[in-house]
Design a protein around this ligand. Structure first.
Ligand SMILES: NC(=O)c1ccc[n+]([C@@H]2O[C@H](COP(=O)([O-])OP(=O)(O)OC[C@H]3O[C@@H](n4cnc5c(N)ncnc54)[C@H](OP(=O)(O)O)[C@@H]3O)[C@@H](O)[C@H]2O)c1
Length: 344
């Protein structure tokens, strides 16, 4: 018997990719329901070669749903995830609402798959921020090899990380530049077309942004609380895929060749690192792909045991939808959930 899977936020950037990936991976679902806000009721979305009619969240009975993939923002998750979990579905949430709750596991399966077992406390599992997901996939094998002590990361984050409104804004502003129209900034605080913005999410008291704070706290929760992380998060005029420039300090020595070798064999990682023009991955090439790509691996000679590298991944896939579905697969493969008996 297969599972009944609900996708909340099915009309959004992440929700649509979730439906694609469920179909691509032949996820063992007997039924998939697409859910969004009342304004999308009746809208059609694709699920493999099928078309699903979107239901309004408040009209859905979750009592026979087994797995709920939530990607409708923190406010919706705060209100609905506990109700959906109380109805007996496991909620895998993409928002930041539950990530820092000690009773909610924060999981990237390549890094801390065992943590999924902790879902029983609240019936919720959190997915990390898109920039954190790809970072920890690349850091984990290096941490196992030489023990990371400190990470300095600068991100180059695509507009799809800000939802469909973010993509629309880059599209609209780019057309406006070419047609000499006024440029209106609604979603982002400044113009994003032919520009970049060193500010994502709200400012905190210490001058860092919440996006930067998330990378610090989430890396510690998923990988190791002892690792020091400092981040600078930047929005760039790219539609899909986030890129990261990463400097890593280790407790133990590690050569570039050793790093390359462990990353070659690491789950979820793909090393493309030829020291020649074009011998690295750009966000355009990573879009639509599942891997976390690692390029430009080199020694950072400014510290005792240091490496620098370039990490790129599709933020809608590994940064959100794919990671959530991998978590669901972990629950199933480890026999942590069973499909409920459905009414005939
Ligand atoms: N984009 C990324 O790279 C990324 C990565 C990691 C995590 N996330 C997180 O994933 C979540 C979704 O992101 P997104 O990029 O997909 O955003 P999005 O493109 O703006 O889509 C938002 C989705 O939420 C739905 N929604 C909004 N209010 C709702 C309500 N009251 N009831 C039910 N559904 C509601 C929307 O439905 P309507 O179309 O009906 O409004 C839409 O389907 C956010 O929490 C985001 O922080 C995103």
């Amino acid at each position: 018997m297969g599972y009944k899977v609900a996708v909340v936020g099915a009309t959004g950037n992440v929700g649509r990719v979730m439906l694609d990936i469920l179909a691509e991976r032949a996820f063992p679902a007997d039924e998939v329901i697409a859910i969004a806000s009342r304004s999308s009721q009746g809208v059609e979305v694709s699920y493999g070669d099928k078309t699903l009619k979107v239901k309004a969240l408040e009209h859905v009975d979750f009592s026979d749903v087994d797995i709920c993939l939530m990607s409708a923002g923190s406010g919706v998750s705060k209100e609905w995830s506990p109700k959906i979990a109380a109805a007996g579905a496991v909620v895998i949430d993409n928002s930041s609402q539950w990530r820092y709750d000690s009773d909610v596991p924060l999981v990237v399966p390549e890094v801390n798959a065992d943590a999924v077992a902790g879902f029983r406390k609240k019936g919720i599992i959190a997915n990390p921020n898109c920039s954190t997901a790809q970072l920890v996939v690349a850091l984990k094998p290096l941490h196992d090899k030489a023990k990371i002590t400190r990470v300095v990361v600068s991100t180059y984050q695509s507009v799809s990380g800000a939802g469909k409104d973010g993509m629309d804004e880059l599209d609209r502003q780019t057309k406006a530049v070419y047609s000499l129209q006024d440029i209106e900034a609604k979603k982002f605080p400044k113009r994003i077309a032919f520009n970049l913005i060193p500010h994502i999410d709200v400012f905190m008291e210490d001058g860092y942004t919440k996006e930067e704070w998330k990378m610090v706290v989430e890396t510690k929760k998923i990988l190791d609380p002892k690792i020091k992380v400092v981040a600078t998060c930047v929005r760039v005029p790219v539609f899909i895929s986030h890129s990261e420039s990463v400097n890593i300090e280790f407790e133990n020595p590690i050569t570039v060749e050793e790093a390359r070798s462990v990353l070659y064999n690491a789950p979820g990682c793909l090393v493309i690192d030829k020291r020649e023009p074009g011998g690295y991955v750009t966000p355009h090439e990573a879009a639509g792909e599942d891997a976390t790509y690692i390029s430009r691996i080199r020694e950072d000679a400014t510290v005792e045991n240091g490496l620098a590298m370039w990490v790129v991944s599709d933020n809608l896939r590994k940064g959100a939808a794919l990671n959530a579905i991998q978590i669901a697969e972990c629950l199933i493969n480890r026999n942590l959930i069973q499909a409920k008996k459905k009414a005939a």
